[in-house]
Design a protein around this ligand. Structure first.
Ligand SMILES: Nc1nc2c(ncn2[C@@H]2O[C@H](COP(=O)(O)OP(=O)(O)OP(=O)(O)O)[C@@H](O)[C@H]2O)c(=O)[nH]1
Ligand SMILES: [Mg+2]
Length: 253
């Protein structure tokens, strides 16, 4: 992709939603205020609170918004795999992942996009580089996130400070190269596996400092299962890596 400038690069912000009626309007308006030329793709898993209908209404009012409606709640990873595929098929050259709960400040969007336009394969909105921070997060969540990141980076040897971050921009080229649709994880594990894949595909990653705000409206979908999935996934990736290294050593011997 040529860095031809913000106006010429087609970018889609993929926003997965489940029961985000209190947040969807603000997030859409703030995204289009910060970056008026992007497309927003809301991927809704049949939210009973009518999030998808509201997003469609907003699309009629503001333009630039489409909704991918799915019937079942299938997890974040599943929603992103479908959403990223749709965005790419519709011509996006940069795909952004953003939560609908306003934890990810839309004002940072131009900076994330600029990093990818200037050559990064992935720009991560990072809480754990100098200048980054979390606001109003309960101690337990902060602790879990910080140590979860240390665990993933330590076990997998990732030189990344915030591999679980959900606010990120990818070049489409990198997404295709890393075969994102075969990433299996659903929760935090999805972000870790995507980061790992990209590094293994020799992707260039930039961590850009952000301030992460805890959600003030709506209900968190985090669960013990999501944490267990992520911890197990890291071990599985490590084992696969170990076996791969051993095979290569044996073949080379
Ligand atoms: N389509 C879809 N979206 C989901 C699903 N689970 C969560 N989401 C959305 O994914 C985003 C992140 O979910 P959150 O509940 O905020 O989870 P989190 O950010 O990991 O945890 P908190 O810090 O507690 O908010 C939000 O926009 C959710 O609405 C799902 O199964 N399907
Ligand atoms: Mg959240």
């Amino acid at each position: 992709m040529q860095p031809l400038g913000f106006l010429l690069v087609r970018s889609t912000v993929v926003v997965p939603t489940y029961n985000e009626i209190e947040n969807i309007e603000r997030v859409c308006r703030e995204v289009l205020l910060a970056a008026p030329n992007v497309q927003i793709l809301v991927v809704d898993d049949g939210s009973p609170d009518g999030t998808a209908d509201r997003a469609e209404e907003l699309g009629r009012e503001l333009g630039h918004i489409s909704v991918l409606r799915r019937t079942e709640k299938n997890g974040l990873g599943n929603a992103y795999r479908a959403g990223l595929r749709r965005a790419i098929d519709d011509g996006a050259e940069i795909c952004v992942q953003m939560d609908a709960d306003l934890s990810h400040d839309p004002a940072v969007l131009p900076a994330l996009l600029a990093n990818v336009e200037h050559g990064a394969d992935l720009a991560i909105g990072s809480r754990y580089v100098p200048g980054g921070r979390t606001v109003n997060w309960p101690t337990r969540r902060r602790w879990l996130s910080r140590w979860g990141n240390r665990y993933a980076a330590g076990v997998l040897g990732l030189a990344i400070n915030d591999a679980t971050a959900g606010y990120r921009a990818y070049s489409t080229n990198a997404l295709e190269r890393m075969k994102f649709e075969t990433v299996k994880a659903e929760g935090y594990g999805f972000q870790i596996e995507m980061t790992y894949r990209l590094l293994r595909a020799d992707g260039k990653i930039v961590e850009f400092p952000i301030t992460f705000h805890d959600r003030t409206e709506g209900v968190s979908k985090m669960s013990g299962n999501i944490i267990k999935e992520a911890m197990l996934l890291v071990l599985k990736l490590w084992v696969a890596d170990f076996k791969g290294r051993r095979r290569r050593r044996t073949e080379g011997a």
